[in-house]
Each structure stands twice: as structure tokens, then as C-alpha cells.
Design a protein around this ligand. Sequence first.
Ligand code: FES
Length: 86
Amino acid sequence: MTITIEGQSVRVPAGESVAAAVLVHALGYTRTTPISGAPRAPLCMMGVCFECLMEIDGVANRQACLVPVAEGMRIRPQDGVGRTDE
Ligand code: FES
């Protein structure tokens, strides 16, 4: 299936998590910290550490390691506390 990561279309296998797709195909990080802006990357890949927060289809604070990719999904790294599209 095809998803968009930071405006780039990439092909990913069905069943892959968003976090895995981002690590393999793109950025190497999923969010930046609210205070220093330091990049963070997925750590636990099982929903515990919250290092993988991303904006998925315009919704902030999604745990990318727990969300499977879906056709046409739009993914962005989350800056700080994130934003949500209206
Ligand atoms: S990688 Fe730890 S919660 Fe997602």
C-alpha cells in the first residue's frame, strides 16, 4: 500500500506499523521534544515509552508503534506537543 510521510509517497507492506515504516523509509525520528526540540525515535515499539508520537491523518499524539499503516495514510513527525488539523 502507499502512504505519505512528510509529503513523500512510499510503498509499505500491509500490517507494518507506522513507526516501522517511518524508521525504514524516512525520517529516523518521530517527534521533537516540547522544550529543546531534540528529535526522538521509537524505543519500545510496544506502546510504553511514548517516544513515537506522530501526527497521523491530521491527528496529533498518535502512538505510531501501535497504529498499522493504511492506504493513503498521511504521516508527519510531531513538533513538541503537536497540533491537530481541523
Ligand atoms: S515506541 Fe514506545 S510507545 Fe511507541
